[in-house]
Write a protein that binds this ligand. Structure first.
Ligand code: PMP
Length: 386
């Protein structure tokens, strides 16, 4: 068969503007690149304690009994939805599931956004929001956060007749701060005046003392959660959201008919049967987060660290983030260089909270790196960091 070489099919116009996704470096890649035996990855906000061991027990049984891989999974997994209803306190008729929050948000864009519609995004925030806005041809309205990364009180003024969606991430990735409920409520009320939806991304809710699920009482609000973080199931790809019943009906029209495999469904159910395990890991991570925050804070003026309500910490040093991240990787610690995140300074780094020994290693190699760069004990003016 002859294939025309060099043929390029016609893509949608806005695809050209979407930057290629650059994934973080894997442990294997860094080991190989620098000939290291031990590499710790603190770059993707995964749960270092993993999921409940009961999830593995259940999945092993599921695999042993598996005779029906040729059959599609249930499109509406009633058991899982009922368990999520117990966990969230909202009726099944208000809950949707998807392949992670990523999958849920993809559907929200499909449901709401026509090319040219405005999507309001406080920056910096989770980069996938920008990708989805670009794919859908939305016009992004980016609103810079305040110095402490809370959303700007003027944000409601940017919600107009053209706005279809406002995205609020709390605790925010990558900065770790919670959002004030009063501010969010003002945004919701303004959005409801113009018929815009507010998507509240609570991927890290379990690590925070704040719980924004009750905001799902508003007719224009969607609150999304995930099994990827506190439940330690990033690989299974299970997310869910609470929204008004009428909106769920519309959502189901645009959702893929079988968003979750049976393994994902059974794994998520098993995790919900052992919420104690999740709560235990959250307790350990929160303790470590506070310890890590103090250690970074004690490094003096060469490190500016921000308080976090999530399972990661955001900080800036007096040197470019790309340089620091590269030096840390050479010493066996992978962190997230956030200088490429829209709205971040070129000094911004996010480190996930690991187990105690991983955090110790991170702090040691960061100190060592700053000493090598001769900045640790020399106070610099951090004003030019932001
Ligand atoms: N929202 C935020 C704020 C995130 O940080 C992430 C994952 N990094 C996601 C959503 C996507 O999560 P999921 O694995 O549920 O798709």
């Amino acid at each position: 068969m002859s294939i025309r070489r060099g043929l390029r099919v016609k893509l949608r116009k806005n695809i050209a503007e979407i930057p290629e996704y650059v994934p973080g470096r894997s442990v294997e890649e860094v080991k190989k690149a620098y000939g290291l035996e031990r590499v710790v990855k603190l770059a993707s906000n995964e749960n270092p304690y993993g999921c409940s061991p009961k999830v593995y027990d259940v999945l092993q049984k599921v695999i042993a009994d598996l005779k029906n891989l040729h059959i599609y999974p249930p499109s509406n997994p009633t058991d899982l939805l009922e368990m999520l209803s117990d966990y969230t306190g909202f009726e099944v008729s208000r809950i949707v599931i998807g392949a992670g929050i990523d999958g849920v948000l993809e559907n929200i864009f499909r449901l709401l956004i026509d090319p040219g519609d405005e999507v309001v995004i406080p920056i910096p925030s989770f980069p996938y929001y920008h990708t989805l806005a670009a794919i859908s041809g939305a016009r992004e309205v980016r609103i810079e956060r305040q110095k402490n990364f809370k959303i700007h009180p003027d944000l409601p003024r940017y919600v107009t007749d053209k706005t279809k969606l406002v995205i609020i991430c709390s605790p925010n990735n990558p900065t770790g701060n919670d959002e004030d409920v009063n501010t969010i409520t003002e945004v919701i009320e303004r959005a409801s005046e113009v018929g815009a939806a507010v998507f509240i991304d609570e991927a890290y809710a379990e690590f925070s003392t704040q719980n924004l699920l009750s905001l799902a009482k508003y007719e224009n609000v969607i609150v999304a959660r995930t099994f990827s973080k506190a439940f330690g199931l990033a690989n299974l790809r299970v997310g869910y959201a609470v929204m008004p019943e009428w909106l769920r009906k519309e959502y189901m029209k645009v959702s893929t008919p079988f968003p979750l495999s049976s393994l994902a469904i059974e794994g998520a159910k098993a995790a919900l049967l052992d919420v104690e395990h999740m709560r235990w890991t959250v307790g350990e991570i929160v303790k470590e987060r506070e310890r890590l925050y103090s250690l970074l804070n004690e490094m003096g003026e060469s490190v500016k660290v921000y308080p976090s309500s999530a399972n990661f910490i955001y900080f800036e040093t007096v040197k470019p983030a790309s340089l620091i991240a590269e030096r840390l990787a050479r010493k066996g610690v992978i962190v997230r260089d956030c200088s490429g995140f829209i709205g971040c300074s070129d000094r911004a780094i996010r480190v996930s909270v690991g187990r105690e020994e991983e955090n110790e290693l991170f702090v040691d190699v960061l100190k060592e790196t700053l000493e090598e760069l001769e900045v640790l004990d020399k106070p610099r003016n951090l004003e030019d960091v932001s």
